[in-house]
Ligand binder design. Structure first.
Ligand SMILES: Cc1cc2nc3c(=O)[nH]c(=O)nc-3n(C[C@H](O)[C@H](O)[C@H](O)COP(=O)(O)OP(=O)(O)OC[C@H]3O[C@@H](n4cnc5c(N)ncnc54)[C@H](O)[C@@H]3O)c2cc1C
Length: 274
């Protein structure tokens, strides 16, 4: 076929097969699977992304038809969730390539990741790339992998911040602490994808979780009262205004301390000032 062909330019090496589209959803159309994006096939992510987007796209179409108010905002959430999963796989592929300097080290890295010394290096590599869910790989990479130093340092700093927050919570939160939301945290009402469908919910979004964390009505009401000025005791008073039953007040107190602890450890509450 190439016998009469003429080379008209220098050969090029294609190193990254990943691609993504500018828009994934619009008026009357939605993209999924390879039509929307594709990641370097190292972790066999294609079928996972195709099926995940198919489930969400079906839910989106059903939701948009039954509740037209979902049409535009649920489309945005679909795209955010999909891009996040895509980015997760892409970052893991970059991480894998970044932590291997020679051809042999790919195999050794795979063996380290699997943590099974009875399996040969090449077989480990095949197992590692034959359909790893990203979160499983992430855990393995953190516990057994050889990571570039800037990435290990970043993880170490996040882990140390979390340890400090855990320790503060373990000591017990006193009523005079003033909780303050992280600068970019925003409470809003928008669609979430839960139990196989798009539905409206209170959501706390932040820079690290632009798609937002769904909140129950109780926690949403609590977050509404966190203004960086009221302390926990004052928030509790506002919360239980008009409630006479001491048992109910006690329960609200306990649930509120639990919710503040979770929001603090998660970083949505940035600080607790004494
Ligand atoms: C060689 C190879 C190996 C791969 N290995 C893996 C792996 O091990 N694990 C993994 O997870 N992923 C793997 N992938 C990626 C994976 O196959 C894709 O990401 C996945 O199949 C995408 O699914 P899809 O439904 O979006 O597209 P496709 O599976 O491509 O399905 C699209 C379908 O639409 C049909 N079609 C196209 N145009 C029209 C039209 N006009 N009318 C009607 N029908 C039409 C096509 O014939 C096709 O059947 C591999 C891909 C390749 C090419």
């Amino acid at each position: 076929m190439l016998s009469d062909a003429e080379l008209t330019g220098a050969p090029r090496v294609v190193r990254d097969w990943s691609y993504t589209t500018n828009r994934m959803v619009g008026d009357g159309w939605i993209l999924l699977g390879d039509a929307a994006c594709f990641v370097d096939p190292l972790f066999s992510s294609g079928v996972h992304l195709a099926l995940m987007s198919a489930v969400m796209a079906a839910a989106y179409v059903h939701g948009a038809k039954t509740d037209p108010t979902l049409r535009v905002p649920a489309g945005q959430v679909y795209e955010q969730l999909y891009r996040k999963e895509y980015a997760h796989f892409r970052e893991l592929a970059s991480l894998f390539y970044a932590s291997n300097r020679t051809e042999e080290s790919y195999y050794w890295q795979a063996r380290r990741l699997l943590g099974d010394t009875n399996v040969g290096a090449r077989e480990s590599f095949i197992r590692a790339v034959a359909g790893q869910p990203p979160r499983g790989y992430e855990r393995s990479a953190l516990s057994h992998g050889e990571l570039p130093s800037e990435i290990s340092e970043m993880f170490a700093s996040v882990a140390s911040d979390k340890r400090l927050r855990d320790a503060t919570v373990a000591m017990g939160l006193s009523l005079n602490l003033v909780p303050r939301l992280a600068g970019e945290a925003k409470l809003e009402r928008r669609p979430i994808f839960a139990e196989g469908e798009f539905q409206w919910s209170a959501v706390l979004s932040s820079a690290t979780r632009p798609e937002g964390t769904p909140l129950s009505n109780f926690v949403a009401a609590l977050v509404n009262l966190v203004d960086g000025k009221r302390n926990i005791g004052q928030i509790l008073d506002r919360f239980t205004q008009g409630v006479e039953d001491s048992e109910q007040i006690e329960q609200a107190h306990e649930s509120m301390i639990n919710a503040i602890s979770i929001l603090y450890v998660d970083g949505a509450i940035d600080s607790l000032m004494g």
